[in-house]
Design a protein around this ligand. Structure first.
Ligand code: SF4
Ligand SMILES: [Zn+2]
Ligand SMILES: [Zn+2]
Length: 312
């Protein structure tokens, strides 16, 4: 297998591009794809202060690394979710990446700072863990960006993630979600701008990028992801991609180019009713925001009870 660019020995094939790459040209491809996403969707400027949401997984560490390589100013934010050993190990990965490169990593710990963990919160609110977790993460990212004076929150969502979310939203015709499923959400109503610079890159490419760059990341899946529908959607799309390379890309970018703006009114209806949470001041459609309601329920029950059958 030879590199399509320089004819040297290739280390990876990217079937979507019908091409093979040596290590140097693969790293260049990844940076170029991120650069193109940033430019095409006007995600970042050189003056922006960016806060990267770092989970300790391959995507978030890679996007932090790539942004720094491309000359953007970016700090990291790690959220301790209290998911047993998984949180301990992922926090270690985030910390060692930051300290080995002399980077600033802000840490927020849900159990220490807010008095509950995700297994307890999910149980108390009778939500599936990923739902309690997702709403907590969104709230805490926004809050950290606001208090730290950051212009933009960067997440490591890649093409596989976005195509799977789109697939789920289409299967259930969640039109308000479809109206918000964009690689850039502009700052408004007190929410910082949110950007996803990895949308042009797949999961396998991000793993290869980390290996080639010597980035250690947590390989294990979160133990709470069992039964998560998102994983099923990914598998279904992987089966299609295996026989028709490029399908995920066409599905997601075709949606952005030809369909997403048709759903903007659905997303705006919800956004137009926003006020400030009476407890924390965050933007919300109700009197008290979803995070404060979750925290109230989660801290009202004894931790030992909530933990029963929770994180391993
Ligand atoms: S899999 Fe679910 S619970 Fe685990 S970190 Fe992701 S969103 Fe949170
Ligand atoms: Zn090459
Ligand atoms: Zn609140």
């Amino acid at each position: 297998m030879k590199c399509t660019v320089c004819k040297g020995p290739a280390v990876i094939d990217v079937r979507r591009h019908n091409a093979n790459f040596c290590a140097d040209h693969f790293l260049k491809l990844v940076r170029d794809q991120v650069g193109k996403a940033i430019k095409d969707f006007a995600m970042l400027t050189r003056d922006d202060r960016a806060l990267v949401a770092v989970s300790g997984g391959k995507d978030s560490l890679a996007v932090w690394d790539i942004l720094l390589e491309l000359g953007y100013a970016a700090d990291g934010l790690y959220l301790g979710l209290g998911i047993g050993d998984y949180s301990d190990a992922s926090g270690e990965m985030a910390r060692s990446f930051a300290s080995s490169r002399g980077l600033r990593l802000i840490e927020v710990d849900l159990p220490t700072d807010h008095g509950f963990d995700i297994p307890t919160g999910a149980k108390a609110a009778r939500r599936v863990p990923c739902s309690a977790c997702g709403l907590s993460k969104r709230h805490l990212f926004d809050e950290a960006a606001r208090t730290g004076g950051y212009d933009v929150v960067v997440t490591g969502h890649n093409l596989d993630d976005e195509a799977a979310v789109l697939f789920g939203n289409v299967l259930h015709w969640q039109t308000d979600y479809l109206g918000r499923q964009l690689p850039v959400l502009p700052a408004r109503h007190g929410f910082p701008r949110k950007v996803k610079p990895l949308v042009r890159l797949g999961e396998r490419e991000m793993a290869a990028y980390c290996v080639l760059r010597g980035i250690d990341y947590i390989v294990e899946e979160c133990p709470m992801a069992d039964g998560n529908k998102h994983l099923g959607y990914k598998e279904a799309l992987n089966a299609i991609e295996a026989t028709s390379p490029g399908t995920k890309h066409d599905f997601y970018f075709g949606f952005l180019a030809r369909a997403s703006d048709r759903f903007t009114p659905d997303a705006e209806t919800e956004q137009s009713n926003l006020g400030a949470c009476s407890r924390c001041g965050a933007p919300t459609t109700g009197e008290v925001c979803a995070f404060c309601r979750l925290a109230e329920r989660a801290t009202a029950i004894p931790v030992a009870l909530g933990r029963e059958g929770g994180a391993r």
